[in-house]
Design a binder for this molecule. Structure first.
Ligand code: ZN
Length: 181
């Protein structure tokens, strides 16, 4: 039997295994999976549990970018919608970092509703992590640049979900305050 809840649980298990050796950039080096479960929880809450594909996408959103998982792996295990959503939020790693960051601002407005919500949840989680545990060695300027970039990405795709955007805004305010000059 395979229903939505089974698929969501399987996606959490899959993500935890694929990212098993990875840690977040912050000083406290949280397991990477904490980021994925946070993003999934934000999305589940923001959509009142009504969109399992989106929650699975949240759990799996970094598998193509940061693990050796392929599009076909995702398609086989979780179906075309989930695989396509993850592909939509995956940066082209052959491009230089600054170019990838610029493209996120430029291209996010043209992405699907689910991809936009995922981006907002992702940036919310990243700003919270920055406040709780900034990466060692990042200067105040680098931290501020990241915060402003995250806000620019979210600004490019607002207006879809007030609950999620309020979560982002709270994280942004905190980050701005914390890294103010
Ligand atoms: Zn992420």
């Amino acid at each position: 039997m395979s229903n939505d809840l089974v698929q969501v649980a399987k996606a959490a298990d899959f993500a935890a295994r694929r990212h098993v050796a990875q840690r977040r950039k912050g000083e406290s080096a949280e397991p990477y999976v904490n980021h994925l479960t946070e993003v999934a929880a934000l999305l589940a809450e923001a959509t009142a549990g009504g969109d399992p594909i989106l929650v699975m996408g949240g759990l799996l959103h970094d598998t193509l970018e940061d693990t050796d998982t392929t599009y076909e792996d995702l398609q086989t295990a979780f179906g075309e919608d989930v695989a396509a959503l993850v592909a939509e939020v995956t940066d082209d790693k052959s491009l230089p970092k600054e170019e990838r960051k610029r493209l996120q601002i430029e291209k996010t407005p043209y992405k699907s509703r689910r991809a936009k919500l995922l981006k907002i949840a992702d940036k919310t989680s990243n700003l919270r992590a920055l406040v709780d545990s900034p990466p060692r060695g990042w200067t105040a300027e680098r931290l501020r640049d990241y915060v402003e970039w995250a806000e620019a990405v979210v600004r490019s795709c607002r207006g879809l979900n007030a609950h999620l955007e309020a979560e982002f805004d709270a994280a942004y305010r905190q980050a701005k305050q914390r890294f103010a000059t």
